[in-house]
Write a protein that binds this ligand. Structure first.
Ligand code: NAG
Ligand code: NAG
Ligand code: NAG
Ligand code: NAG
Ligand code: NAG
Ligand code: NAG
Ligand code: NAG
Ligand code: NAG
Ligand code: NAG
Ligand code: NAG
Ligand code: NAG
Ligand code: NAG
Length: 820
């Protein structure tokens, strides 16, 4: 028996390191890769002209506060058995079967850690399910759905041996609708995203799998998310560094950090630091961000891992609070993978020569292993399924240096009965935007025309890994991509349903043909009862969207059909915001936004179309009239050559999403929180319950920090109730929403309305229920940059309840803090 792990395979491995052609994620730049320096390679004197992040050292040690105390003790015991080399490799990824791998230590029966994508499925999973996407889940405004989805998804991951799911996502939050990854995350609102994060994380971790809150932070564009390097040299220098998100303190707290605070509070196991710089400093080596904001202010007790290749230094990152580098053995260099990392053997050397203190490396390992013991991952955990390794395109088997062993059966089916749940979730996530002349639900139509390249099957394999012309979009591209074991398409599901009604179904899937030929030439023998037009909008990691229209000439397809079809129903499968110019067309009687609904796309849609499920989903963002109506444009190019010139100025501050449209009274087509039902609801009498605290202290009591920060911020300080009734004739779910208007004493720039509560309640026709909104101290506070704390302003608050951010039905006022 060996007394310590043997890493000699790495020596031969480095010589045998595969060519860089292995990855799907690379750009085909032909150069041999960088010579890394262990210490920060950049000239750190040149920081953002905007601001910079103050240095905060040392990195705080975890103490397991908030429920991890016992697991912390186990982790410390475990740590005491490790050699220096083992410690270094515990913090360093290696190519292997999972998208991220921590090496096994066989003498301790430690089988390593398997980190896997992604936020909608097990990306490398055969016989696994594809759930509804993040944006879809957010559109449900349904806490139970979010929990159940997280739990079920993590159960599948666990069945295939995943220890850490790389998700959920609170960044991008959706500052700009053009961001390529908003669909992987949730809502363009910190409160709703915060709830989504918390429910998803609790669900995943209840299933015994570690969750990972990513991407921390202000990761609001894909363009230039990584540095560009000289292609003709060995590229020790950047051509230009990654984009810097320049965000002020108040905005960071009230918008971008808010949902991550929920994640910390939910005891998320790990955070992922992002590709972008923040105020000029790489997120993974920004000590103010990681040591101060995350590990001190938010009391985060777990570990910080890098995004894949977001590590740009060794010591600097470690001292700044990053605990694990990924993918480690390989480094993403620009968009190119190369062997070697700043950690690994280099970290061993640095510990041995005292550059990295034993205290710090020990804290890194304890942070990594505490969630592992807390979730019982040391007990009978399923082995990694060999099939996930075979499906790994990030580090395919020929890149593995370590001789990975597989036990247990391979190609395990982990789907259980999740498809039924996914179908329900798909229906609960489908937003009805327009419904005129009683177009929906369908009533046994006899003559149905199905139009558009989004209606039918994917014709090029199990992945939707490209914006293929044909095939419905139930998921999209990048690390959030899913491998379908089957996909219910709208065409299949509608056809099956129509056959029950003896209906005629005519199908036109070629968008070019539709826009070139007049539709009446195509259909016969009579005018259709309904024309269902399916449009799609692709989005993917590493590329931002260039437009907000639907793909494949979608607008023209609708025009071509609606010109002749008086009952045209449009369904979109897309990443998020689409401007919908055809919404005013009198023959477009209904519009449904189904986003990316996962494997039961067709069936869940039929449930809505035919009224088996009454739609209840609401937009988690704003649909404006014009693309030019949106603020906060991405930084898509720079005119200068300076290394650090990519800057994204978050000058809109708090005016993100509906906060901007409201502050400037800009009319919108469909507002945040909007979505129709087949019934109608009323809401009345918003009133405080219990005695209203009119003399709260402006600042919270300073209590020992727990995960999520000062626990005083999370205490209920105010409770409101309202009466919601179903005034129509169909049973259904209502989603009453509560928005707060701060008093004038709050600093300039405070948005007119901010979401601070919502609920999803079942109401039979004619029924009335009381809904309760509990507000926490954080909900009625702003971030005071001078006090460096959350302050409740003096003066009168207005609380507005209704069915969207622009449909308030009742309001009330309250004052919490005496003026002096
Ligand atoms: C770093 O940049 C500063 C400011 O431009 C400059 O004064 C300094 O000489 C640079 N240091 C190195 C090592 O290049
Ligand atoms: C970024 O810079 C702004 C402006 O100086 C400052 O308000 C903020 O606290 C800084 N944030 C971080 C994380 O460095
Ligand atoms: C490893 O597992 C074996 C077999 O179950 C057991 O005998 C041994 O004590 C374990 N070693 C450690 C360090 O847990
Ligand atoms: C690039 O690296 C190769 C191999 O390490 C070396 O021979 C060559 O001199 C380097 N070129 C430059 C421009 O640094
Ligand atoms: C535990 O760590 C947190 C910061 O993460 C700190 O605020 C708290 O005081 C520590 N608790 C104890 C008991 O040391
Ligand atoms: C250590 O760093 C050097 C360059 O600084 C790099 O070439 C090497 O691959 C790294 N070692 C490991 C084991 O990652
Ligand atoms: C310690 O080791 C690291 C990694 O090899 C190296 O970069 C650093 O220069 C060394 N420091 C000393 C003082 O030897
Ligand atoms: C779609 O229709 C266009 C126009 O008629 C035609 O050129 C094209 O080949 C068709 N595509 C397919 C896949 O049939
Ligand atoms: C709506 O459809 C009818 C056919 O049913 C057609 O006559 C009419 O011109 C269409 N309206 C528009 C505005 O295209
Ligand atoms: C950027 O660099 C290129 C090549 O060195 C040079 O031709 C160009 O003038 C530079 N542009 C600016 C705006 O400095
Ligand atoms: C608020 O008023 C109540 C009742 O008058 C009193 O008991 C309490 O101490 C006061 N709290 C503060 C923070 O002043
Ligand atoms: C509050 O409700 C009243 C009565 O319905 C209405 O007149 C007023 O405009 C509302 N105020 C706000 C801020 O919504």
């Amino acid at each position: 028996m060996k007394l310590q792990a043997d890493y000699s395979f790495l020596l031969s491995g480095l010589l045998l390191a595969p060519s860089v052609g292995a990855s799907t994620c690379q750009t085909p730049i032909d150069h041999p890769g960088p010579a890394f320096s262990f210490v920060q390679p950049l000239n750190t004197t040149i920081l953002s002209p905007y601001g910079h992040s103050p240095a905060v050292y040392p990195s705080p040690k975890t103490n397991g506060t908030g429920g991890w105390e016992k697991a912390l003790a186990q982790a410390k015991d475990w740590l005491s058995q490790l050699t220096v080399e083992e410690k270094a490799w515990m913090a360093t990824g290696q190519p292997g079967p999972c998208v991220g791998n921590i090496l096994p230590i066989p003498r301790l029966n430690f089988t390593g850690l398997c980190l896997q994508n992604g936020p909608q499925c097990l990306q490398q999973g055969d016989y696994s399910s594809v759930f509804v996407s993040g944006v879809s889940a957010a559109a449900s405004w349904d806490r139970k759905l979010l929990y159940d989805r997280g739990y079920a998804m993590a159960t599948e991951h666990k069945g295939k041996g995943t220890h850490v799911v790389l998700g959920p996502i609170a960044g991008p939050l959706g500052r700009s609708p053009y961001d390529g990854r908003t669909w992987e995350g949730f809502a363009a609102d910190p409160y709703l995203t915060g709830v989504c994060m918390e429910e998803t994380i609790i669900g995943m971790q209840d299933a015994g799998v570690q969750a990972n809150a990513k991407h921390f932070i202000a990761n609001e564009q894909e363009t230039q998310r990584n540095p560009t390097y000289a292609a003709d040299a060995n590229a020790t220098t950047y051509i230009q560094d990654s984009v810097s998100s320049n965000v002020n303190d108040r905005t960071l707290h009230e918008i971008y950090m808010w949902p991550f605070a929920n994640a910390a509070r939910a005891r998320v196991s790990s955070f992922m630091c992002s590709y972008n710089r923040l105020n000029g400093s790489h997120s993974c080596q920004n000590s103010y961000l990681l040591n101060h904001l995350l590990k001190t202010e938010l009391g985060f007790q777990g570990y910080v891992m890098s995004d894949w290749g977001a590590t740009h230094s060794g010591v600097a990152s470690i001292e700044s609070g990053m605990d694990m580098t990924m993918p480690g053995g390989f480094t993403l260099y620009g968009e190119l993978w190369t062997e070697g990392s700043y950690f690994g053997q280099n970290l061993t050397d640095a510990i041995n020569n005292g550059t990295v203190s034993t205290d710090r490396i020990d804290d890194m390992i304890v942070r990594i292993m505490t969630p592992y013991f807390w979730l019982g991952q040391d007990q009978d955990y399923p082995s990694v399924d060999a099939s996930v390794g075979a499906l790994n395109t990030d580090s395919p088997p020929d890149t593995w240096l370590y001789p990975w062993q597989f036990t247990g059966t391979s190609n395990r089916d982990v789907r259980s009965n999740h498809s039924q749940m996914i179908r329900e979730h798909g229906a609960a996530s489908t937003v009805l935007l327009k419904n005129e002349r009683n177009a929906l639900p369908l009533r046994k139509p006899r003559n149905i025309v199905i139009v558009g390249n989004d209606a039918g099957p994917v014709t090029q394999g199990a992945y939707n890994q490209n914006n293929f012309e044909y095939g419905t979009l139930a998921n999209a591209g990048g690390s959030g991509t899913c491998r379908f074991s089957f996909l219910s398409t709208p065409l299949d599901a509608i056809t099956a349903r129509a056959r029950q009604d003896g209906a005629l179904v005519q199908t036109w899937l070629n968008n070019t043909l539709i826009t070139e030929k007049a539709m009446p030439d195509l259909w016969n023998p009579e005018h259709p009862d309904v024309c269902l037009v399916f449009l799609k909008g692709w989005s993917e990691e590493n590329i931002d969207r260039r437009f907000l229209e639907l793909d494949w000439n979608g607008n023209a397809v609708v025009e071509a059909v609606a010109k002749y079809c008086s009952n045209t129903v449009v369904v979109t499968h897309s990443a998020g915001v689409n401007v919908l110019p055809f919404a005013d067309h009198p023959n477009v009687t209904a519009i449904l936004a189904a986003h990316y609904p996962g494997e039961e796309a067709g069936n869940s849609l039929v449930d809505i179309l035919y009224g088996d499920v009454n739609p209840s989903a609401k937009l988690p963002y704003v649909i404006a009239y014009n693309e030019s109506d949106y603020n906060a444009p991405l930084t898509t190019d720079v005119q200068t050559n300076g290394t650090y010139d990519w800057q994204s100025w978050f000058d809109e501050e708090l005016e993100v999403g509906y906060r901007y449209f409201d502050a400037h009274d800009i009319p919108v087509r469909y507002e945040f929180g909007f979505g129709l039902s087949y019934t109608t609801f009323n809401l009345s009498r918003l009133a405080a319950t219990g005695s209203v605290a009119t003399n709260l202290t402006a600042l919270p009591e300073q209590r020992p920090v727990q995960p999520g920060g000062n626990p005083a911020l999370w205490e209920t300080v105010y409770t409101l109730t309202t009466e919601v009734s179903n005034s129509g004739s169909v049973d259904g779910y209502a989603i009453p929403q509560l928005y707060v208007g701060f008093p004038d004493t709050a600093p300039a720039g405070t948005p007119p309305s901010q979401l601070r509560g919502f609920d999803k309640i079942w109401l039979e026709a004619g029924e009335t229920k009381t809904v309760t909104f509990e507000l926490m101290r954080r909900d009625v506070s702003y971030w005071d940059v001078v006090a460096q704390d959350w302050r409740i302003p003096a003066g009168q608050f207005t609380f507005k309840a209704g069915f969207s951010s622009r449909d308030f039905r009742a309001n009330t006022t309250a004052t919490f803090v005496r003026d002096h």
